[in-house]
Design a protein around this ligand. Structure first.
Ligand SMILES: [Zn+2]
Length: 448
């Protein structure tokens, strides 16, 4: 009995220390994100959309003051992963854990304690979990929490995010039994609380130099914003909506056309045979003198609104006149944080020729990472053109044109450059709403 008690205590202490450590890391990251956001606010001065929503630091303060639930009647003394524990430094958390171990284990060394904790974890996770019956609403305190069919190694049947709530029917200090989509499922108790956790509505996304191909980007100090769908119709998909152009100074910087440094295989704004292209070009000017970048942004904001309403999360690359993210940075960011990537553009002709997408050029279909995704990119483009067409939008030719673009070359997710028309196209409010609906219809069909 005493040994059982010790095992339980050691395991709980180890879990508490681990929560404290991960919470510290999270706090650091979110502070960095909050700091980055402040810089953007100062430089751009117009992030009104995000200012009315919960900032990452506010979201953190909501979660950091709540305590994970512990068994209602547990006679043992444990260190709980309380907000207080989460706010101490790593060193303090480790020292608290060691002190608690010492109280029970006496003169054991730290190494022995660690080993005992690891063994205990192994024993406890392989043993049947005993649940206290519960009948309560439980909230999730973190993102990307696995929802499993059985504890520990069960199939992952879903993911829960900060603020999601479930009916909990059973509790142990390691696993919680919940109802999920009409079936019994399990989540780690470490991420649960009975206190209300607000859902995150958005977060700032900064460029991470460890991402694949990140080293080829030359302008990446800007931040994008990831908006979360909040309705009950969540699709669990994130669409990157990239308002083309709008990077001041981008036209004076060159970046590699292809990740492997090979030459461009088609013409376009950069000639075939070139190995470098403009990091972000200035774009065209509409017939009435408005910049293409401004019109792209108008459409992107309308698309964002419709997609959020339909249950998609939306990664907005640019939400004001300027964002310091080149085409490679935008693409790499989409690769890491979205399920597909749509760049909004208008062509430089003056014929009101209609909408089309840039399909993948034959010359790069065997090049990594294009080789892994080009069929899906073309399928995405075809679905979106069909969605636009079904909404009465004029389509150019057969709706696509092969092009070797930087965006395509670096994309690991389905990705298109969508040309919604040209300099002579109408972009009135009514037309833009129709375009947004057509794009959303196309995405619904694509993800069908
Ligand atoms: Zn453009």
């Amino acid at each position: 009995m005493r040994r059982q008690f010790r095992k339980k205590l050691l395991f709980t202490v180890a879990a508490a220390a681990s929560i404290a450590l991960s919470s510290c890391k999270k706090t650091y990251e979110q502070e960095m994100a909050a700091a980055a956001e402040t810089v953007v606010s100062v430089e751009e001065g117009d992030l009104t959309d995000s200012k009315t929503e919960i900032s990452p630091s506010e979201a953190e303060s909501l979660t950091s003051t709540i305590e994970p639930t512990v068994p209602a009647s547990n006679g043992t003394t444990v260190i709980t992963a309380s907000g207080e524990a989460a706010s101490v430094s790593n060193q303090n958390a480790a020292s608290q854990a060691q002190n608690a171990n010492s109280q029970v284990a006496g003169s054991q060394t730290q190494n022995q304690n660690s080993l005992a904790a690891a063994e205990t974890a192994a024993v406890e996770t392989s043993a049947p979990v005993i649940y206290e019956n519960r009948d309560e609403t439980v909230y999730i305190m973190s993102d990307d929490v696995n929802i499993r069919t059985t504890p520990v190694n069960g199939e992952v049947i879903g993911k829960a995010n900060t603020g999601d709530s479930f009916h909990r029917t059973g509790y142990s200090d390691s696993w919680s039994r919940i109802e999920y989509s009409g079936q019994t499922a399990y989540v780690s108790s470490d991420y649960t609380t009975t206190k209300v956790v607000e859902k995150k509505t958005s977060e700032s996304v900064s460029f991470d130099s460890s991402w694949e191909f990140a080293g080829n980007s030359k302008i990446n100090s800007g931040t994008a914003t990831l908006y979360y769908a909040s309705g009950s119709n969540k699709k669990g998909k994130t669409v990157c909506v990239n308002a083309g152009h709008g990077t001041s100074g981008g036209e004076r910087v060159k970046t590699l056309c292809h990740p492997d440094g090979t030459a461009k295989t088609t013409g376009g704004s950069t000639a075939s045979g070139a190995t470098t292209a403009t990091a972000v070009s200035s774009g065209t000017t509409m017939a009435d003198g408005t910049s293409e970048a401004a019109v792209n942004l108008k459409v992107a904001k309308a698309v964002k609104a419709v997609l959020l309403e339909r249950g998609y999360n939306v990664l907005m690359i640019r939400e004001s006149e300027d964002v310091q993210l080149d085409n490679i940075a935008r693409t790499v960011m989409a690769n890491e944080r979205a399920n597909c990537h749509i760049a909004i553009h208008y062509d430089s002709t003056s014929k009101n020729k209609g909408a089309f997408f840039m399909s993948v050029a034959d010359g790069i279909k065997n090049m990594y990472p294009v080789s892994t995704i080009w069929q899906e990119s073309d399928r995405l483009g075809t679905n979106i053109i069909n969605g636009l067409s079904a909404n009465g939008v004029k389509i150019f030719s057969n709706g696509s044109m092969q092009m070797d673009l930087t965006q395509t070359s670096y994309s690991k997710i389905p990705s298109i450059d969508l040309e919604l028309g040209d300099k002579a196209s109408d972009y009135s409010d009514a037309t833009v709403i129709t375009l947004a609906k057509g794009i959303a219809d196309g995405l619904d069909a694509y993800f069908g």
